[in-house]
Design a protein. Structure first.
Length: 155
């Protein structure tokens, strides 16, 4: 059964424009913060070390479709599921809601990479132990899931 990871964020003044509406870039920050919380909830991080060195997850694609505005002081729910768990990359699906109303849907794709000082990141297979901890969050299909359709894991 697929689980959606859910966390909340308050729209801060620094997230907004002069009219008090959340700036589009703030949605991407919130999606990334929610991804990091999901990883921490299962004992992982976007920056980890193993016997072979440092591993990280550079982003290779990001998108967000906006449906309705969020405003200063709104408390938002961010749902995260994994739309695709590949051999070397993960695509996270995000839904941002306010009191059950869908405000935005987005995706971020990150590639598992070995990183070494002074060298470009080198893609690598996702370690099996890492992938296993994330399987509960993988959706059956890469489309969004209504909040009532999946159990939630709250931060």
């Amino acid at each position: 059964m697929t689980t959606a990871f859910v966390t909340t964020r308050r729209v801060e003044f620094s997230d907004t424009d002069a009219a008090g509406i959340m700036h589009f870039a703030a949605y991407f920050r919130m999606m990334e913060q929610a991804e990091h919380e999901l990883l921490r909830s299962v004992g992982l991080s976007v920056m980890m070390h193993d016997a072979d060195g440092k591993m990280s997850w550079p982003r290779v694609a990001a998108k967000c479709d906006f449906r309705s505005a969020a405003r200063f002081e709104d408390v938002l729910q961010i749902e995260v599921q994994i739309a695709r768990l590949g051999m070397r990359s993960i695509t996270y699906g995000h839904r941002i809601l306010r009191d059950g109303q869908l405000l935005a849907e987005g995706q971020i794709t990150a590639v598992c990479c070995r990183v070494a000082l002074g060298q470009p990141p080198q893609s690598m297979p996702i370690p099996a132990a890492f992938a296993e901890k994330l399987r509960a969050f993988v959706t059956a299909a890469p489309t969004s899931i209504a909040p009532s359709a999946a159990p939630t894991h709250r931060a």
